[in-house]
Write a protein that binds this ligand. Sequence first.
Ligand code: S3P
Length: 183
Amino acid sequence: MKHKRRNIVLIGFMGSGKTTLGLKLSYLLRMPVEDTDKLIERQEGRSITQIFADDGESYFRELETELLRKCGEQKYERILSVGGGTPVNPVNRPLLHQCGTVVYLRVSPEVVYERLKNDTTRPLLQCEDPLTRIRELLEIRDKIYAECADIILDVDNRHSDELAEELQLQLRKQKDIQRKKER
Ligand code: S3P
């Protein structure tokens, strides 16, 4: 059987480096890269912060699911970086798998905090004590991300160039395994 064309789906917490790694990988693999948050902002004509403020988180989550469905149905191959909360909704998990190979970028709360302490674009982290909030959310989400993933990459203290190369190797291995299964 011919090998199926598949997207590469990057999941992980806010600040785990999905966007940066997506761009590097896009260059290495000569594949287009897209970001679900950016697609939602473009579709809605307003920022994520504004969507949360106007219509609430649950409306944003509906948009995420709708978009993921569309991405899974589209035929072209790409790297898709998804918002940190996407795998949390159980409805989205099979949709992520339908999209392609799921890669989890695992990061520690301390690294996220350092990277995002001055960021104002993540509504969930605009609170008195963002580090505690990051710890609480990651405590819940790490298991979910890991269960969703075909490949897990630990990203703390590692340069995105090195990560992109490692991921390229892992994806090749994954493809070989997949090919053998499909024969
Ligand atoms: C969120 C992550 C954000 C964005 C929204 C909610 C989350 O995306 O979708 O602010 O629940 O973790 P990034 O992971 O790209 O920052």
